[in-house]
Design a protein around this ligand. Structure first.
Ligand SMILES: [Zn+2]
Ligand SMILES: [Zn+2]
Length: 181
């Protein structure tokens, strides 16, 4: 079963806002049909990536979305935002031939037009999702000596002697390491 980006936009009721968003961009209007063809070429893959929610692989015509979006409920907003973020990368590469940073001015313009929050990295609700992913995949847990806060990591922290739980401070917020699996 392989879905294209366009299939998913339809399935998730996002297709109108994306089309309207593209039409609102002065540099994109005349290439509307090509843009829709492009979105129908891109496949959507589910990944078990440990450290990211989504990724746009322009050359391979693939947008990856973290499996957490396919296995948990109540995350549609976050899923849509991540999906639109990656679609904005695809459209950015397609429309903007001048050199522009991947989260630069034009990317933000496109992302906002299609209804994405257009932040560079996960924030707010997304950071909760990232924490869930980290907790689910963690191999190491570090517990703050003072307050008991747990920090979950896929990779072992280097230089544990120099690490501490920020809010508790360098002196009392030392971390205790436990290997999970
Ligand atoms: Zn990005
Ligand atoms: Zn602490």
């Amino acid at each position: 079963m392989k879905f294209t980006v366009l299939n998913c936009l339809e399935e998730w009721n996002l297709v109108d806002q994306v089309i309207e968003g593209i039409q609102s961009l002065p540099f994109a209007q005349s290439k509307m049909n090509e843009a829709l063809d492009l979105l129908d070429e891109f496949k959507v893959f589910c990944t078990d990536a440990k450290t990211r929610l989504g990724r746009c692989c322009y050359g391979a015509r693939v947008i990856e979305l973290n499996e957490i979006y396919f296995t948990k409920h109540g995350l549609e907003k976050d899923r849509n935002d991540t999906f639109l973020h990656e679609i904005a990368h695809a459209l950015h590469r397609f429309f903007v031939s001048v050199h522009d940073e991947s989260h630069g001015l034009y990317w933000r313009m496109i992302a906002k037009a299609i209804g994405c929050r257009a932040t560079r990295t996960a924030s707010g609700d997304d950071s909760k999702v990232m924490r869930e992913i980290r907790v689910a995949n963690a191999k190491h847990v570090y517990t703050c000596k003072k307050c008991g806060y747990k920090i979950y990591k896929y990779r072992k922290l280097k230089n544990l002697r120099h690490r501490y739980h920020g809010p508790c401070g360098e002196r009392s917020g030392r971390l205790i390491h436990n290997q999970l699996r």
